[in-house]
Design a protein around this ligand. Structure first.
Ligand SMILES: NC(=O)c1ccc[n+]([C@@H]2O[C@H](COP(=O)([O-])OP(=O)(O)OC[C@H]3O[C@@H](n4cnc5c(N)ncnc54)[C@H](O)[C@@H]3O)[C@@H](O)[C@H]2O)c1
Length: 349
């Protein structure tokens, strides 16, 4: 049995990965400041350390208290629009926290590390689907911060022997409603939860940003991967890292879907109309972002099994309609950058 440290394990993607690890019998310690995450998203069998990644003594205590077989690093500031307003906060926080966590892991002798990276590394891609050799040219401080985090991990590999996998997710979507977890962000910026919440009458009509893109129906095309498939990719990549080589993988569901197609799917699955209106294009939104995930498939045997668009929407609909207020624990200001940091809670011994 292995033990993993999961930063951001109370968040959306992290909690589904924690679930997958605990289901296969691994021990998990979640490190999360609960600024965006939810205590209820963490399975009872996992330990929670409520601390901020900026808190070096708390991190050192975690590595002193437990021996880990690997670290999975999800915790980050991840709103593209907010990063355009607070560029240096994003770069400072995402890069420094990755370096701090990777440094503490290497110092403890834990030499496997998985980073949540992003399609935002590629900016306006020259071609699509986008493979790992595509030009890296972020057009937001958020994307830049993840690129710098990947590069910091290159140095940790060369000089400390830390083997890392950078997983560039395209759009994580869906839920594991049977396990009682799903997507609950504040503010919510992702298309599928916004469309479902509009259909449920819980959110204002959805704004479609741009209907004049050079795509068949004029709306942007994105690649959605079910969060359960994403979790499976993390488990496989952890095993792959035992081969002793750092790696980078682009991860998507294998097909692009336009905003219009996603709305149609939500209406089909829910049987309800999605109230919507049209707005201007947003700066920094490329027309098409679709992943080429062939390298991940070839090297780890990964196959997306739940990432058909209707299957994604069915699981998301089940989660949102059963949990209209998400985890029901919202207290903060909603801004991950501006929210006050919680007091440090001592690490359990
Ligand atoms: N959701 C997506 O579609 C998507 C796409 C590409 C990349 N990513 C990346 O995947 C990761 C997870 O995304 P998510 O949607 O699950 O985000 P999320 O906001 O739901 O989860 C992040 C978690 O990290 C915690 N956290 C943030 N900063 C912290 C800090 N300084 N110290 C301790 N805990 C902290 C939050 O409380 C939250 O529980 C992020 O790094 C994000 O950039 C996500």
């Amino acid at each position: 049995m292995a033990r993993y440290l999961v930063s951001g394990g109370a968040g959306y993607v992290g909690s589904h990965v924690v679930l997958a690890l605990t289901r296969r019998g691994d021990q998990v310690v979640v490190l999360d400041n609960l600024r965006q995450g939810h205590r209820a998203a963490i399975p009872g069998t996992a330990d929670l350390v409520e601390a901020d990644l900026a808190d070096s003594p708390a991190i050192a205590e975690v590595f002193a208290n437990w021996r880990f077989d690997g670290v999975l690093h999800f915790a980050a500031l991840s709103l593209v629009g907010e990063s355009m307003r607070n560029p240096l906060v994003y770069i400072a926080e995402n890069v420094a926290n990755t370096a701090r966590l990777a440094g503490a892991a290497a110092k403890s002798g834990c030499l496997r590390f998985v980073l949540s990276s992003t399609a935002a590394l590629f900016g306006y891609p020259e071609r699509t689907p986008i493979d790992e050799d595509a030009r890296l040219d972020p057009v937001s401080p958020y994307g830049e911060s993840k690129l710098m985090a990947e590069r910091a991990l290159d140095w940790a590999d060369r000089l400390h022997g830390l083997r890392s996998a950078s997983l560039r997710y395209f759009n994580a979507a869906g839920a594991d409603p049977e396990a009682g977890i799903g997507e609950d962000h504040e503010p919510e910026t992702h298309l599928i939860p916004l469309a479902i919440r509009a259909a449920l009458g819980l959110a204002p009509p959805l704004t479609i940003f741009g209907a004049d893109y050079p795509t068949p129906d004029g709306t942007c095309i994105r690649d959605y991967v079910h969060v359960t498939d994403l979790a499976d990719a993390h488990l496989r990549v952890l095993d792959h890292l035992r081969q002793g080589r750092s790696c980078r993988f682009n991860i998507g569901g294998g097909q692009g879907h336009s905003v219009r197609q996603v709305l149609d799917a939500v209406e089909r699955v829910s049987g309800r109309p999605v109230p919507h209106c049209f707005g201007e294009r947003r700066p920094g939104d490329p027309p098409v972002l679709v992943a080429a995930s062939g390298r991940l498939r070839r090297e780890t045997g990964w196959q997306p099994r739940h990432s058909d668009l209707d299957a994604i929407i069915r699981s998301a609909w089940a989660w949102h309609s059963r949990n209209p207020y998400g985890f029901g624990d919202r207290a903060g200001s909603g801004s991950p950058v501006l929210a006050a940091r919680p007091a440090k809670v001592p690490v359990p011994s």
